[in-house]
Design a protein around this ligand. Structure first.
Ligand SMILES: [Zn+2]
Length: 307
């Protein structure tokens, strides 16, 4: 049997079409419609294509659920799953893809949305190639999820049975095309509200408890202990990041509230918990370390959720 030949011109056309469609998290309807149209043109039967009801189960008003395509096999064998996500990050709003000097770029200041439309384009091309060249295959499920960028919502709510109980899955969402990752990086997303006490910064700063100082000390402490950014410690490896810090109102006011959100990642579940614990401890210790002249200290409310 000869290997299937991929029509690169068509593959690029699919990708350019899909990159031009706006589809932020929760707003994947137009992407799904375009994919559906392409798949029908490629020879899929309408009955093979459908949506699950993830949109009903995900918080927020999602336009559509996950798009699921079930290709019947031409030979027996365990069902394979191929998947990617339809949504792109907010930076891709209004993106216009252009081809320039052998590259595809976004015109203007937006991001392009290659994450993850390259996957959606590749999956469309895969189905088209399989059908056009009648490539022998076991049953295949293609899953295109919604809400990935805001917490893997589509994948989290997808049901194996609705996917035909595949025995093996390939998720196309990464960097280099020749790299296969056979383990998932677990991530904790955490948020902390730091409560200090306000006072006039020019008259009686000592009466206040600065939430800004607490936040700064906590971040510096985590970094000093080796748990910030790329983490390579004898006990394990991973990453962590502060994604957002916000708070305060005026320069003459001791900051009484700062919000910080961030994440921890590691392949090792136990070590992942240690990274997140390092953040929690650092915020709690820092809150105790900042006191006003009458002995009041700050307090923190730290929440973490594992993806
Ligand atoms: Zn992605």
């Amino acid at each position: 049997m000869t290997a299937p030949q991929i029509d690169e011109t068509r593959a690029l056309d699919h990708l350019m079409d899909l990159l031009a469609i706006e589809g932020l998290s929760g707003r994947e309807g137009k992407v799904a419609a375009a994919v559906q149209e392409k798949l029908l043109a490629a020879g899929c039967e309408a009955s093979w294509i459908g949506h699950d009801d993830a949109n009903v189960r995900i918080p927020g008003n999602y336009e559509v659920g996950n798009l699921i395509v079930e290709l019947p096999g031409t030979r027996p064998g365990p069902r394979r799953l191929f998947m990617g996500h339809m949504d792109t990050v907010p930076l891709c709003r209004g993106a216009v893809p252009v081809r320039l000097n052998g590259r595809i770029e976004a015109e203007g200041d937006t991001a392009l949305g290659g994450d993850n439309r390259t996957s959606i384009g590749a999956l469309v091309t895969m189905v088209e190639t399989l059908l056009a060249q009648d490539v022998p295959r076991p049953p295949i499920t293609v899953l295109m999820t919604v809400g990935e960028e805001v917490g893997l919502w589509g994948a989290r709510t997808a049901e194996l049975e609705r996917l035909g109980n595949p025995e093996m899955g390939f998720n196309i969402d990464s960097g280099a095309p020749h790299v296969v990752i056979i383990g998932a990086t677990g991530a904790d997303r955490w948020q902390v509200d730091i409560h200090g006490r306000s006072s006039h910064a020019g008259v009686h700063p000592e009466h206040g408890v600065s939430a800004a100082l607490i936040a700064s000390r906590a971040v510096a402490d985590v970094a000093a202990r080796g748990f910030f950014g790329k983490i390579e410690l004898p006990a394990g490896s991973g990453t962590s990041n502060v994604g957002r810090m916000a708070g305060g109102e005026a320069s003459n006011q001791v900051t009484d509230h700062v919000f910080v959100s961030g994440e921890s990642r590691s392949h090792d579940k136990a070590f992942l918990a240690r990274i997140t614990a390092a953040w929690r401890d650092a915020f709690e210790q820092a809150a105790r370390s900042v006191t006003s002249s009458d002995g009041q200290c700050g307090r923190v409310d730290f929440r973490a959720e594992t993806d």
